[in-house]
Design a protein. Structure first.
Length: 343
């Protein structure tokens, strides 16, 4: 885990009920549930203080959770409040708890100091609550370091190769006589790193052409904002004289372990909101197939290869400008965090 004192997205709010569920976040097994009486969202270490059985195998009773093994009961703070056959419970009998909040329909878990909790650090995704736009949520699981999955979004030059037959553009290929170069600008503000990548006069591949209802050349602009730990918002604008459409892609990567991650994606469009193509179902099908069948397999293969070749040094190309800027920002933030904890 790279960052403490940050929010980690752990699930869609609707995924968590009074049926306890386990999520491993930054190598920490966590049980998530809602209490039965007040509906409060709770995140505890997923272990019973008695003999370490997972609480996720237990049951929510009122506003508490009961371990299924010998019936010990913990409250929503992790404090054990009942031991069968025993009159008193020491206050030291407890498991750790984590602050959790719901924002933009997602559950965010705070890893860090309880006195530093700051909801202002959750990335902004206002568009997901706009009635004039439509959002589709998809969750993926990736057998790779969360940084490799984030890096996939930080170097969008892959779109025109890996996604050449789905939603890329015909730009950058060696055989092209008119070699189209992307304009790429990057800058940092606060903890964030931003970029604008513009492709002018490009022909869209079939999927993107259908979204924008045009087969004519377009200007394709990606405005991307990265915030730690690894939240990436991409605003994609496709425009020409015939049409203009905007899509916000929110990609949120949360480490499960050092070599696996949870990947949450929210795809919000400002066209075909109430009818027409694409419907929410079309978006879900297309994005599941593109990310699931194109991006994730190559990122997982990249992870395996890095291990097989003992993590050789990468050689950056021109398309890596933004990725490089984010990696430098991550190194700076890690250094700042270390200095703060040493002070
Ligand atoms: S392990 Fe949970 S009650 Fe015994
Ligand atoms: Fe991709």
């Amino acid at each position: 885990m790279k960052f403490s004192n940050r929010w980690y997205c752990v699930a869609r709010a609707s995924e968590v009920s009074t049926q306890p569920m386990e999520q491993v976040i930054c190598d920490r097994p966590i049980v998530l549930f809602r209490t039965a009486e007040t509906g409060k969202l709770v995140a505890l270490e997923n272990r019973c203080p008695h003999r370490q059985a997972p609480l996720s195998m237990g049951k929510v009773i009122g506003d508490d959770i009961m371990c299924i093994y010998h019936g010990w009961i913990m409250d929503a703070t992790g404090q054990c409040v009942y031991i069968p056959g025993q009159d008193n419970v020491a206050s030291s009998v407890r498991v750790g708890s984590y602050p959790v909040v719901v924002k933009w329909g997602m559950i965010w878990l705070w890893i860090g100091d309880a006195d530093k909790v700051d909801e202002g650090l959750i990335p902004k995704m206002d568009w997901t609550e706009d009635d004039e736009q439509s959002s589709v949520f998809i969750r993926f699981y990736v057998k790779a370091d969360y940084q490799l999955m984030a890096d996939n979004l930080l170097d969008l030059s892959h779109s025109d190769f890996l996604h050449a037959s789905s939603f890329g553009s015909q730009a950058g290929q060696r055989a092209e006589t008119d070699h189209i170069k992307a304009e790429l600008e990057t800058w940092a503000d606060e903890d964030a790193v931003n970029s604008v990548r513009t492709l002018r006069n490009v022909i869209l591949s079939p999927m993107a052409a259908a979204w924008a209802s045009t087969d004519q050349p377009v200007t394709r602009t990606h405005r991307t904002r990265w915030t730690p730990p690894n939240n990436i918002n991409i605003e994609l604008i496709i425009e020409n004289d015939e049409n203009k459409v905007t899509i916000h892609h929110d990609h949120i990567m949360t480490p499960e372990t050092g070599q696996s991650c949870h990947y949450f994606m929210i795809w919000t469009r400002d066209f075909a909101v109430h009818s027409g193509y694409p419907s929410d179902e079309d978006v879900r099908r297309e994005q599941t197939s593109v990310i699931g069948a194109e991006d994730i397999p190559i990122v997982e293969a990249q992870q395996r290869n890095r291990i097989r070749f003992n993590d050789p040094a990468d050689i950056p190309g021109v398309g890596d400008k933004f990725l490089g800027a984010v990696h430098r920002r991550i190194a700076e933030l890690e250094k700042e965090a270390k200095q703060k904890s040493a002070a």
